[in-house]
Design a protein around this ligand. Structure first.
Ligand code: C2O
Ligand code: CU
Ligand code: CU
Length: 574
């Protein structure tokens, strides 16, 4: 019976709109990229125009192709009438270039970050990251690929003719309201787009094809495969190629993740095959499966969405003649992986994903949220974690909710150490910047925070379900240069003061490692050399900023007094 219904739904999706050739985003190369973010309009349904966003066009964004080692400049002009940000997802760059919520581009303003490309060859992407506006802006069209090339990848016999045998596949499910406007904060994402094309088909030659898959959906994960369940080969993960291709018939891709796959269509001329989502086989807890949550902890609209728990076509592939010089086999080895050794880690931290209660009596809904990280909702003015430059750390992600969350961290690529013993049908090898954490699961990864430190500008970590991110399931971390930082204190309380010498703002970090309440009433005093108190403010656990801009230059003493402990440190104000 269920089979009957799902094929009925497939029928209605197929004929909702005539098939259109898959749009291949314009390819930009070189070292200077001019990106104009603009308003547009598209006709998707019933001759009704839908307002959209695009870069250098009304809808979607160009693909940027760059070489590892090149110094590039991105001139981003905001021609929208709202503020935006553009984040280079997966790239290892300084925090000020990262395009997170702190690098706002006001309407009609230009933002021109420039940086050296340090990442390995792989598929990255770019998208807005504005406070609370991420889902809306990505869904309206602002999602583009970044293809990084390097010499290791170039030495392999792989398809790399963009749009011919190397195909971008940006998967997005979107919701529309009755007026055919892109809708957000809804679970009725019933329209499927590939590269911004509804109901697409693509003509391909009968040879080995490389697909660069990106899930840029707000919430939905896909269980990717082909309609004949043929074997394909995973070539790469978020941040690089694997050591050997992994043969598989299914691959789960959650929002924010990328995967490169190779498929051999040799000898298939004249046939048609579909790239499909096998939603019936998605493990429970993952958005896109039939039911989500349990009891009162459910999402009201979820069951009404016929895509949930269904198998459906993503992209129709029509196979034609092979091209001259076609690649016809799958390489047996790729590139050595490299990885971080757990024994090099100097710090462990954990991030707990759980429901945030907005009002004390509001019952938490562990399927719908709102969710937080370590019991906090995103606050643009606070810093949640501080990491030392050049340190290797192990992070444990704990999911206490009833839905899977794809955790993403900026700045770095990581290696997954373990994934709670869950037998997900996907590789946990390779370089990653997003990892799906199943309900009740805990995932450990190891990473190293190299090259970029900034005392003021943080990076983000967050859930890449865009609706969760916009709702506050995000935190920030600073990478600071530990050279010149003092770490002082008593057995239970540690203080860090930086920078020293200081210009205007002194940061005081206080870490109380026991729960002795007598130590919670802490004050920060700045004394001049006469012993007079010139600043006296109460301190919070974790981060405190002391504004010294009203003081004249010279030597001061910082006194931190908490219950039983106090200490004094000399600082130089320059
Ligand atoms: Cu793709 Cu913080 O984002
Ligand atoms: Cu990112
Ligand atoms: Cu989430």
């Amino acid at each position: 019976m269920r089979q009957f219904f799902s094929s009925l739904f497939l029928f209605s999706i197929l004929f909702a709109k005539a098939q259109s050739p898959l749009y291949i985003p314009t390819l930009l190369t070189g070292i200077t990229f001019n990106l104009k973010v603009q308003n547009g309009s598209q006709i998707f349904f019933d001759n009704i125009p839908t307002p959209t966003y695009g870069i250098n066009g009304p809808w979607m964004c160009p693909t940027l192709m760059v070489n590892k080692g090149d110094s590039i400049r991105l001139n981003v002009t905001n021609n929208l009438n709202v503020r935006t940000t553009i984040h280079w997802h997966g790239l290892h760059i300084a925090a000020k270039n990262d395009g997170g919520p702190h690098q706002i581009i006001l309407p009609s303003m230009l933002w021109s970050p420039s940086f050296k490309v340090r990442n390995n060859a792989a598929t990255y992407w770019y998208h807005p990251h504005g406070a609370g506006q991420t889902e809306q802006q990505i869904s309206k069209g602002l999602a583009g690929l970044i293809i990084v090339k390097d010499s290791a990848e170039a030495s392999l016999n792989l398809p790399r003719n963009y749009g011919v045998d190397d195909i971008p596949v940006i998967i997005q499910s979107k919701a529309f309201d009755a007026l055919k406007q892109v809708a957000i904060a809804t679970d009725m994402d019933t329209a499927l787009f590939i590269n911004g094309t509804l109901n697409p088909y693509l003509n391909l030659p009968a040879q080995v094809i490389r697909f660069r898959l990106l899930n840029a959906s707000s919430l939905r994960s896909y269980n990717i495969g082909f309609s004949d369940s043929r074997v394909f080969y995973q070539l790469g993960t978020d941040g690089g190629l694997l050591d050997t291709p992994i043969a598989r018939t299914r691959l789960i891709i959650s929002p924010g993740e990328r995967a490169e796959i190779l498929v051999n269509f040799s000898g298939m001329m004249g046939q048609t095959i579909n790239l499909e989502n096998f939603g019936t086989e998605l493990p429970s807890g993952i958005y896109g499966t039939k039911n989500l949550g349990m009891g009162a902890d459910t999402i009201p609209e979820y069951k009404a969405n016929f895509l949930n728990g269904a198998d459906f076509k993503l992209l129709k592939l029509v196979i034609g003649a092979a091209l001259t010089g076609a690649i016809t086999n799958i390489p047996s080895t790729l590139i050595p992986l490299g990885s971080y050794s757990p024994s090099s880690a100097t710090r462990q931290r954990s991030i707990v994903m759980d429901t945030i209660r907005l009002i004390a009596f509001d019952p938490p809904n562990r399927a719908e949220g709102p969710f937080g990280m370590n019991n906090r909702s995103f606050d643009i003015d606070s810093i949640n974690e501080v990491v030392y430059l050049n340190s290797t750390e192990i992070w444990t992600l704990v999911n206490k909710t009833l839905v899977a969350h794809p955790f993403h961290i900026h700045d770095v690529q990581f290696n997954i150490l373990n994934q709670g013993g869950n037998a997900l049908s996907r590789s946990n090898k390779g370089w990653k910047d997003v990892v799906l954490v199943l309900p009740g699961d805990s995932v450990k990864f190891i990473t190293r925070f190299a090259d970029f430190a900034d005392d003021m500008v943080p990076y983000m970590f967050h859930c890449h379900l865009l609706h969760h991110e916009d709702d506050g399931m995000m935190g920030s971390f600073k990478v600071i240069n530990a050279a010149g930082i003092g770490i002082y204190g008593a057995a239970h309380t540690k203080f860090e003061i930086f920078p020293n010498p200081v210009n205007n703002f002194l940061t005081v970090r206080i870490e109380n490692t026991n729960n002795d309440s007598s130590e919670s009433n802490t004050r920060i005093c700045i004394l001049n050399l006469l012993g007079e108190t010139v600043i006296n403010q109460s301190a919070y656990q974790s981060f405190n900023i002391v504004d010294l801009s009203g003081l004249s230059k010279g030597i001061y003493l910082v006194k931190i007094a908490s219950g039983k402990t106090s200490f004094i440190k000399k600082i130089i104000l320059e």
